[in-house]
Design a protein around this ligand. Structure first.
Ligand code: DP6
Length: 362
């Protein structure tokens, strides 16, 4: 797909106060984005399932700015969080490069997550996409107050995806229902600048796919994803990994179209292990999985072999295990988790999630 981006440009407007509320989910990558260049350009394309229950809800209130400098107060779960507020401020400054009207306002942004903040579930994807959606909607409201022609919905979503990506790469995939691609696969498929919806090509066997997230360890990660991406620049295996990410994306798109669940399992599990193999072999090296991550992986493979239930695992940049499986096996997998997985450590929690509809106004 061509990399031409048609930005919104809203420069002047008489300020008025306003508000908007958005909800955006986390997503789980099937083929991983690991390594980037320039301004958040992925080194290989990635594919993800959009989740339903792990979401961030964000309210944005804007007011006419007093004095010269804009103010932004960011609250998370009711408490002022200046550190994350700085990331949001950066995102707003980026959107304001084209849409200078934003410089006329101060903001109060309040966010909550439906999942525990410390659960290790990627929260930047849901947080950044909810926030980008709110700011783009603010611009839409301002624009529509001047010119009553409504914005085209596809264009609106593409803008949200574009700016979510600048906040956190994987966030750009959370916008779309069920499944999304990010990154250029070929000149006419995929873009590095925003995600592409995949819902229309999903085989029925991939509808309502389930994701049970087992929280192995809820402490903060020792190495952030941003540092991990950086280590891919000098990585001895980077070339092979980026080629593999592209190849696996091409194969995954075919799998999602044809409903080939056994090839799905093969690629999803190899992608998860390859992501962590990159961490273990970077310089400096590091390990994010825990003994129970491996114990769960072994149990999943054994159970699959014994029961023929087509479940598989994947991992984010952390120790928690996502168990992916078709809806029809819901009761069996629930029983498997509650008997065989949780017995490894009865303090472990798990979250039942599934494919969801993406970013939405609430
Ligand atoms: C392992 O999107 O969190 O989850 O762009 O630096 O914010 P930044 O990184 P981020 O990286 C996520 C990496 C991953 C794989 C994936 O979601 O594709």
């Amino acid at each position: 797909m061509t990399e031409h981006f048609e930005p919104m440009v809203i420069k002047d407007f008489t300020p008025m106060a306003g508000t908007t509320q958005w909800e955006s989910p986390s997503n789980i990558a099937l083929v991983k984005y690991w390594g980037k260049m320039g301004n958040q350009i992925p080194r290989n394309p990635s594919v993800s399932f959009t989740l339903q229950n792990c979401v961030t809800r964000t309210q944005i209130d804007w007011f006419e700015k007093k004095g010269n400098s804009s103010e932004l107060d960011f609250y998370f779960e009711g408490k002022l969080k200046p550190s994350f507020g700085q990331r949001i401020q950066k995102l707003i400054a980026t959107i304001a490069e084209q849409n200078t009207v934003l410089n006329q306002y101060s903001f109060r942004i309040s966010s909550t997550n439906t999942f525990p903040h410390s659960s290790g579930i990627a929260s930047s994807a849901s947080a950044m996409s909810a926030c980008a959606a709110g700011i783009i909607d603010m611009l839409r409201q301002i624009r529509e107050a001047q010119d009553s022609n409504p914005w085209d919905e596809d264009y609106f979503k593409q803008q949200i995806s574009f700016y979510s990506r600048l906040g956190s790469g994987s966030a750009c995939r959370s916008i779309y229902p069920n499944a999304a691609l990010w990154g250029e696969v070929s000149p006419d498929l995929g873009s590095n600048l925003w995600a592409t919806p995949l819902d229309h090509l999903l085989h029925d066997d991939f509808r309502q796919y389930q994701d049970a997230i087992v929280i192995v360890d809820d402490s903060t990660k020792s190495v952030s994803s941003t540092m991990g991406h950086g280590l891919m620049n000098q990585h001895v295996f980077s070339k092979i990994r980026f080629e593999e990410g592209l190849r696996n994306t091409e194969t995954m798109l075919n799998i999602l179209r044809t409903g080939d669940i056994s090839s799905f399992i093969d690629i999803v599990e190899r992608e998860a292990l390859q992501l962590h193999a990159m961490m273990m072999t970077s310089n400096p090296s590091y390990i994010l999985i825990k003994p129970n991550t491996l114990a769960i992986i072994e149990k999943i493979r054994q159970y699959r072999q014994d029961s023929n239930v087509p479940l598989c695992f994947t991992l984010d940049a952390g120790p928690n295990v996502h168990i992916l499986y078709p809806f029809a096996f819901r009761d069996k997998v629930k029983e498997f988790i509650e008997t065989e997985i949780i017995e490894l450590n009865p303090k472990m929690n798990w979250i039942a999630d599934e494919m969801g509809l993406g970013t939405k106004q609430i």
